[in-house]
Design a protein around this ligand. Structure first.
Ligand SMILES: NC(=O)c1ccc[n+]([C@@H]2O[C@H](COP(=O)([O-])OP(=O)(O)OC[C@H]3O[C@@H](n4cnc5c(N)ncnc54)[C@H](O)[C@@H]3O)[C@@H](O)[C@H]2O)c1
Ligand SMILES: N[C@H](CO)Cc1c[nH]c[nH+]1
Ligand SMILES: [Zn+2]
Length: 432
């Protein structure tokens, strides 16, 4: 990991030291994704099959996985594995159900009644990553809140494995979570299919879910098109920032950094250590733990972008976090709760030594679909609201219009919009 002493950096060195590599904005990647998207728009299923052969190395017989195959996958799971999926599903459901918004009704002045009611998105496209690891947990993180919110059509896309089949654990979880339809296609081409629709894949109103740089770029491109779908947020390669002082266990710190480094060669891990001794201990632990990891090669490449900041001062530590706006922030400092209120930008915060980042990835109940690449400055992770829209509703009584009408008439005059004024004036005259 590259090491920086925060206090000795100039203002511009601080900006450079915290900058993310250009992976997602890379022009070649964007051009490649644009080509894939326009091909899918033009050629539908044929393009999906062709790109699946090219990028996933498999020839598919069919894009759709049947409901009976999903049920068979669930039935084939051991009781213990069913229970594990069930436990995570239950916690995710509990946390998201608690987010159901109450309707709002306010009489802003006598006879002027304003309401707000939630309605679910009708057709949601749910992207479940599967390029290098089958993310069963993402299926839960997207389909459970979608169902709680009342989304009618919950359409899953996920890349096929090397055998041309969707991972059985993903299928089993899809059965348990009552996914509406599931298609074996991943990457930018799958996002194109959800955005435009094909002969078999329905066009979706909103696209959800994380993915690698191609998936993330495809989501942002389709969302920019006129009439394109909405998206949840930019959710690309994973990131973790760990804050550690001398009370932290270096092995715990290293394990949290590695848990995100193993996701992707371009995953981002950053550690902020109170002093050089802690930084040394964490780096030694990283080396030790890497020896035991099946995805050590991926993690090592990701650690090539890794950064270790030395910062002792509380305000410097908070400054680093808010400038970087990490997807995951893990606080392994003395009195960790005292930092939470000062954090303005982070996707999800993990407080104290007994809260490994992985619990949020899988089973505590919070959502693991989170903003990356600094998007936590402006976006939340997936919540129940991500699957809802809000309609405002208003009703005026005669008395209400008599009181408020003249205000609206004058404001319409200020804008020179006569028809707007008339809509009020005609009614006020009818009330005389
Ligand atoms: N931000 C979040 O909330 C969050 C959550 C979970 C996972 N993630 C991230 O999701 C990602 C999962 O990545 P993954 O690769 O394992 O699976 P993925 O499903 O996102 O991507 C796999 C697909 O990428 C396409 N692809 C691969 N190489 C390509 C190329 N050269 N050109 C065009 N397309 C290509 C293929 O079609 C393949 O099916 C990781 O980066 C992980 O960190 C993020
Ligand atoms: N850490 C990922 C979000 O960046 C989510 C995940 C899924 N499985 C394991 N981890
Ligand atoms: Zn993870």
């Amino acid at each position: 990991m590259q090491r920086f002493d925060w206090i000795n950096l100039t203002a511009s060195e601080r900006i450079t030291a915290l900058a993310r590599p250009a992976a997602i904005s890379d022009a070649t990647l964007i051009d490649g994704v644009k080509t894939i998207l326009s091909d899918v728009k033009l050629n539908g299923n044929e393009a999906l099959l062709r790109f699946t052969q090219k990028f996933d190395g498999v020839e598919l017989d069919a894009l759709e996985v049947s409901a009976s195959a999903m049920k068979a996958a669930w039935d084939a799971l051991s009781a213990a594995d069913q229970a594990v999926i069930e436990r995570a599903r239950r916690n995710i459901k509990r946390f998201h159900k608690a987010q159901i918004p109450s309707p709002i009704e306010v009489e802003t002045e006598p006879g002027v009644i304003c309401r707000r009611e939630a309605r679910a998105i009708e057709t949601a496209g749910l992207y479940v990553p599967g390029g290098t690891a089958p993310l069963v947990s993402t299926l839960l993180m997207l389909s459970v809140p979608a169902k709680v919110a009342g989304v009618q059509n919950r359409i899953v896309v996920t890349p096929p494995g090397k055998d041309g089949k969707v991972n059985p654990m993903i299928l089993a979880a899809a059965f348990r979570c009552k996914v509406t339809r599931l298609f074996a296609v991943g990457g930018a081409q799958a996002i194109g299919a959800l955005a435009y629709g094909t002969e078999t894949i329905p066009k979706c109103d909103k696209i959800f879910g994380p993915g690698n740089a191609w998936v993330a770029a495809a989501k942002s491109l389709v969302a920019q098109e006129a009439g394109g779908p909405a998206i949840d947020m930019p959710a690309g390669p994973s990131e973790a920032m760990v804050l550690a002082d001398s009370s932290a266990n270096p092995a715990f710190v290293a394990s949290d950094l590695l848990s995100q480094a193993e996701h992707d060669t371009v995953a981002q891990v950053v550690c902020v250590a109170e002093n050089q001794a802690i930084a040394d201990a964490v780096e030694a632990e990283i080396e030790k733990q890497l020896e035991t990891l099946s995805r050590a090669k991926i993690a090592r490449e990701s650690l090539g972008y890794g950064r270790m900041f030395i910062a002792e001062d509380r305000s410097d530590i908070i400054d680093i976090v808010n400038r970087y706006a990490p997807e995951h922030l893990i606080v392994q400092l003395r009195r960790p709760e005292t930092y939470v209120g000062a954090i303005r930008h982070a996707g999800s915060i993990f407080v104290g030594p007994w809260t490994p980042e992985s619990v949020g990835d899988y089973a505590s109940g919070t959502n693991h679909t989170l903003p990356t690449y600094g998007a936590a400055r402006a976006y939340s992770g997936v919540t129940l609201n991500s699957f809802l829209k809000f309609i405002s509703i208003q009703r005026l009584t005669k008395k209400g219009l008599k009181r408020l009408g003249p205000v609206v008439e004058r404001l319409a005059e200020m804008e020179g919009l006569d028809a707007h004024k008339n809509a009020v004036t005609l009614r006020l005259e009818a009330l005389k």
